[in-house]
Design a protein around this ligand. Structure first.
Ligand code: CAA
Ligand code: NAD
Length: 294
């Protein structure tokens, strides 16, 4: 165990040093948004290519802010410099908080969280951006489960205002206070919710996605469903939304929530996600999902 962290933090207290694990769709967005709001972030991945993509996305978003006159070049350069991409654990011993955003897989998250716990101070708070895994299950291998909570951002992180903060059975108040403080510091609206498959928002979303899968199973055309959803006034239909989320993540989340509520949401026969995944179509991140992306 490394040195103790800084003095006890309260709600809204500034967080100087954050670590984000995973530089993918969510990790990249969390790192960018934290840096934009004044927190230094170490962004760790196991693949250099993921780090490069994460930094390229931050560059794109910063250039857009500069073009819109919301940031000047000097400030944009400072925000960029506040994100440190890395493959190792350098500087983890000085982190106030770690936000885990690696793939939605219990075994991988267990291994990552346990390893990270050995690299940070005893007061460092660990938060997981899991979409659907129970916080109590994720906490199982941790030596300090009181320092662990869920912090569920929505995609795209820079734009979506809500953040769910999930209190597990053994989560302590300092972990909740740190997560709430981090969310408020990022300009987000935090809500504290109970643990359970899908927490709150994804229980709603998965019922909608299940209805979409059922429509496809009944013979509907996905593009037509999207067109109707857009005509109805929603910003995007379910097929496009799942391409944005990632079909691997979306499928896994649905499986877990359907399994959690089998009477309310029985699994759909001929699940379209599985067919696309079998062809390696993960959504926008792989260049093709329901739609193809150049
Ligand atoms: N990253 C950063 N900024 C983005 C962005 C992105 N990916 N997409 C859009 N924006 C910004 C734009 O730059 C623009 O900003 P300004 O107004 O400051 O210039 C603003 O958002 C609006 O953009 P647009 O007018 O081009 O697009 P829009 O009207 O479609 O709004 C949106 C964008 C709010 C993201 C909208 O498309 C939307 O609500 N989409 C659905 C998102 C959603 O449901 N997310 C939840 C996914 S499920 C999940 O996250 C949970 C899980 O566990 C899987
Ligand atoms: P992603 O596939 O875009 O990125 C995952 C990243 O984790 C990859 O870059 C991968 O290289 C990295 N990774 C894998 N093992 C690692 C390890 N041991 N250490 C460090 N990095 C590692 O996935 P994503 O969509 O960003 O999802 C990440 C998490 O966020 C998941 O738990 C997911 O359920 C959750 N989430 C996703 C969305 C969404 O819309 N995509 C929304 C909310 C929450």
């Amino acid at each position: 165990v490394k040195k103790a962290g800084k003095a006890q933090r309260g709600i809204g207290a500034a967080i100087d040093q954050a670590v984000v694990l995973g530089a993918g769709i969510m990790g990249g967005g969390i790192a960018y948004t934290s840096a934009l709001h004044g927190t230094s972030v170490r962004m760790k991945d196991i693949r250099q290519q993921a780090l490069d993509l994460g930094m390229a996305e931050a560059d794109k978003l910063l250039a857009r802010q500069v073009a819109a006159g919301r940031l000047d070049e000097t400030r944009a350069a400072k925000v960029r410099a506040a994100i440190v991409p890395q493959l190792d654990y350098q500087g983890f011993d000085r982190a106030d908080v770690v936000v885990e955003a690696v793939v939605e897989n219990l075994a991988v998250k267990h291994a990552v969280l346990r390893e990270v716990e050995g690299e940070v101070g005893v007061e460092t708070i660990l938060l997981s951006n899991t979409s659907s895994l129970r916080i109590d299950d994720l906490a199982a291998p941790l030596a300090r489960p009181e320092n662990f909570a869920g912090m569920h951002f929505f995609n795209p992180v820079p734009v979506m205002p809500l953040v769910e903060i999930i209190r597990g059975e053994r989560t302590g108040d300092a972990a909740i206070a740190t997560a709430v403080g981090l969310a408020l510091g990022m300009g987000k609206t935090p809500i504290v919710v109970k643990d359970g498959p899908g927490f709150l928002v994804n229980r709603i979303l998965s019922a909608y996605i299940r209805a979409f899968l059922q429509l496809l199973s009944d013979g509907a055309d996905f593009e037509e469903v999207d067109r109707v959803a857009e005509a109805f006034g929603w910003p995007m239909g379910p097929a496009y939304l799942e391409d944005v989320v990632g079909l691997d993540t979306g499928s896994h989340v649905c499986d877990l929530i359907f399994a959690g509520f089998p009477e309310r949401m029985p699994a759909v026969p001929g699940n379209a996600f599985k067919a696309l995944l079998a062809e390696g179509r993960l959504g926008q991140k792989s260049g093709a999902g329901f739609y193809r992306y150049e």
